[in-house]
Design a protein around this ligand. Sequence first.
Ligand code: GLP
Length: 257
Amino acid sequence: MRVVILENAQRVGRWAAEYIGQLVRQKPTVVLGLATGGTPVLCYQRLIAMHREEGLSFRRVRTFNLDEYVGLPADDSNSYRSFMRQQLFDHIDIPASSTHVPDGLATDVTEHCRHYEQQIQDVGGIDLQLLGIGSDGHIAFNEPGSSLASRTRLKALAARTLQDNARFFGSLDRVPRLAITMGVGTILEARQCLLLATGENKASAVRDAIEGPLTSQITASALQLHPQATLVLDEAAAARLEQADYYREAEALQAGC
Ligand code: GLP
């Protein structure tokens, strides 16, 4: 795993956007896996600025989001589809038909999940999967105990996740209890994974994911199995890493190689 430690959340967002921007320039038809939550917002803002100021085009890019709440229509202000429109899609030149987010109102959830996986296969797989991390160590909505081989499916949210996400809904009892989420196995099939983490409330999860054992209790630890996983952290999220100095040194030594 490549671990990049930067000064603050602003730098993390900028680093991720430059990385993604470079990929889009190299391969205009790139397939991006996208994430929601507060963490990637700064990255999305920078991508929007790159589109406006540097002509970065997303016209041929295809995207697949990690997850969606069950029971929320796409146009609900709290749906992840709305989040992506507000934070990114409505501000760049990507056709709506090239963006994919699971349907929180799907009547046949099993079939919908199978179809979502099929759509990913049909475009040749995900080139880069952007990820955040839950304070319980989850990626997407793969809560503790999720199989490390899991595929897109229905998942019940853990108490800590409901609590963490209540801030978006105004109160805990408004947070949907179920979500459709890509599985850990689905995520590991992306050619590259890029996980962003900022803030001290992520420091334990980040340490467990990078330096703890591979375990379904911390689904982000599955990235230890991925040959091309990069974790970009701010100082606060990196604060509990035992090997932080080594990661910094390794980055400095490998710069430009
Ligand atoms: C939700 C999302 C995850 C995200 C996590 C952390 O659980 N399903 O994909 O990584 O929130 O969100 P935040 O970046 O707001 O801390």
